[in-house]
Design a protein around this ligand. Structure first.
Ligand code: BDP
Length: 576
């Protein structure tokens, strides 16, 4: 799916800003035909979660109705018009001028509707969105799963089976964009290298068959100018003789542009930023452009005061600034696909990304549930088709800490791996494990091993020496079992900013600093490890539970992005 852009042939109109809002406490708004006009009692900011914008919405997890009036310029009349949402948490139903245009389930990926026939150009239009945010066991990630809750999450409020706050609302940009009736619908770019040459394989999909000329250029240089007859797909290969390979040090992005013309008239134009690079696992090493790399960085969250999980350019900028300041080179989009804007930034600034699905907190009953299996496929398909052209995405994580010790997990995760690999065979896949690897029935099917370990925190409480010793041993055992490269995708400790203790104890800045540095060094010292991601980048909000002081405090930065002692320590470590 292409990210909308404004150029000579395309217009995009932002619908971000203040929307009317009505909480639908009993989920009966549709019966009451609120799509003909919502009984709003306030205005609310978009994009952002609704929860922190009003006190009475903090724990509101029913349906929230949004409405926006927009005058669509007359000049776009005759164009095809799409209404696009970057992401809505969780299930969105959309009406334009009272007419139903469609719905989308799933909280972290974009969707769009062709609204050409319902939008009135040169007039005012009403866009209405019902956002159903109920926490349910068959939603991704899952709300309360009766009887099977992971121990630490039992009884937490709100009831979800994972460790982050289930923020709700219109989380990412909303826009109308126009294209001509025949237009470029999607592109797939795959890059490789051979004898110091860069190879760019591209496929361009049009929305319908086209007669005319398609011109493809790379950094302005014409590659192909082909006359097509009744064609909706073109493929080609570009050999770049002295490629500037995309890397962390030089994240160079080429501009691949496609232009459709008919009898000398331009019909559509689209520019895509691409990076030429290779990624592979070979002899237990992770290679970027053939060179060994070690992933040092973090698991993160999209989470910030007031906006919750809303996309915000300044927060993204700040986070990348801090990643660079620390000397981190990579992150995992724990525990769901992040915004497109985030990935554009990663491409442009050379931060490597493990893209993760929202499959967190899966238990036995999920593995045998046909509805879940279908939803899982849909999300994988949507995530990979959205993100496959990003050079920054070097690997996929298909799940976080599911119950992978039950026999039902084996066919489930194997099926997931095969399905995902059939869509993208250019990147390695993993799932992250938190149980004893000897009992894990799913990890064996993946290309590399990801483990989350809290030795010296949840286990060996307050005893770092013991925790470190165990980490060392368990890592070796893990390699012995799988003989595949390992990344520790989570390790860390909560620290309350400002709490200092000597000797270091749990929750002090000293304990966290000592733990992450010692454990990082152990992980880094192993010949079979390909990375160490500290949990977490910044403190983040969770459901209420006695083990969290409002936030999960494992951040090396506070929720407001101020460094704790561990951030300074690791900055020093990573600059060596
Ligand atoms: C891991 C989870 C992560 C939690 C973390 C923790 O993957 O979502 O936030 O533990 O307990 O198990 O801090």
């Amino acid at each position: 799916m292409l990210y909308p852009q404004t150029n000579a042939m395309r217009t995009k109109i932002s619908l971000d800003g203040f929307w009317k809002f009505a909480p639908d406490y009993h989920n009966t708004g549709e019966e009451k035909q609120w799509y003909k006009g919502i009984p709003h009692d306030r205005e609310i900011g978009v994009p952002a979660s609704w929860n922190e914008q009003f006190q009475d919405l903090m724990y509101f997890f029913e349906t929230g109705w949004y409405e926006k009036e927009i005058e669509v310029p007359k000049i776009v009349e005759g164009e095809t018009i799409y209404l696009r949402f970057g992401s809505v948490h969780y299930l969105a139903k959309v009406w334009v001028n009272g007419e139903y245009v469609g719905e989308h389930e799933g909280a972290h990926l974009p969707f769009e509707f062709d609204v050409t026939n319902v939008i009135r150009c040169g007039q005012k239009n009403i866009i209405t969105v019902a956002v159903d945010a109920r926490l349910k066991a068959d939603r991704l990630p899952p709300g309360q799963v009766q009887h099977e809750m992971i121990v630490g999450f039992k009884g937490q409020y709100p009831e979800n089976n994972y460790d982050f706050f289930p923020y709700a609302g219109i989380h990412r940009p909303v826009m109308l964009y126009t294209v001509s009736s025949t237009h470029i619908k999607d592109m797939i770019i795959q890059t490789s290298t051979e004898d110091h040459k860069g190879i760019v394989d591209y496929t361009i999909f049009l929305n319908q068959a086209f007669n005319g000329e398609i011109k493809v250029t790379l950094d302005g240089e014409v590659y192909e100018n082909i006359v097509v007859n009744n064609t909706d797909t073109i493929c080609g290969q570009w050999i770049v003789s002295e490629p500037r390979l995309w890397s962390m040090e030089d994240p160079y992005l080429y501009t691949l542009a496609a232009c459709l013309t008919q009898e000398g008239t331009t019909i559509d134009y689209y520019e895509l930023k691409i990076g030429i690079r290779t990624i592979e696992i070979k002899d237990c090493k992770l290679l970027l452009n053939g060179k060994e790399i070690f992933l040092r960085g973090f698991g993160m969250h999209e989470d910030f005061p007031v906006i919750g999980k809303g996309m915000n350019h300044a927060v993204i900028t700040k986070d990348f600034n801090l990643l660079k300041w620390m000397g981190a080179n990579s992150i995992r989009t724990s525990h769901y696909p992040y915004s497109e804007e985030f990935l554009h930034y990663a491409d442009a600034h050379g931060i490597l990304v493990i893209g993760e699905t929202p499959f967190v907190g899966f238990v036995k009953s999920h593995y045998t549930n046909p509805t879940i299996k279908e939803k899982v496929k849909k999300v994988i398909q949507e995530m990979i088709t959205r993100d496959r052209n990003h050079p920054s995405i070097i690997a996929w994580s298909l799940a976080n800490e599911g119950d992978t010790f039950v026999p039902e997990a084996e066919p489930f995760y194997k099926g997931m791996y095969d399905y995902a690999k059939s869509i993208d065979d250019t990147r390695p896949f993993t799932i992250t494990n938190c149980i004893d690897v000897e009992e894990d029935v799913a990890l064996q099917y993946f290309d590399f091993i990801s483990i989350n370990r809290y030795y010296g925190w949840y286990d060996q409480v307050g005893r770092l020496d013991m925790g470190c010793e165990l980490l060392d041993k368990k890592l070796d055992r893990c390699y012995e079992i799988f003989k595949k490269p390992i990344i520790v995708t989570e390790f860390g400790a909560d620290a309350m900013a400002g709490l200092h203790m000597d000797p270091a104890e749990e929750f002090s800045e000293e304990y966290q600093a000592e733990m992450v540095e010692r454990q990082y060094n152990i992980i880094f010292s192993k010949p079979y490890t390909i990375g160490a991601h500290i949990w977490a980048f910044a403190d983040f909000k969770t459901s209420q539970t006695p083990s969290r002081v409002v936030l999960n405090r494992k951040g090396l930065f506070t929720r407001e992005r101020q460094p704790k002692l561990a951030a300074h320590k690791m900055k020093e470590n990573w600059s060596k």
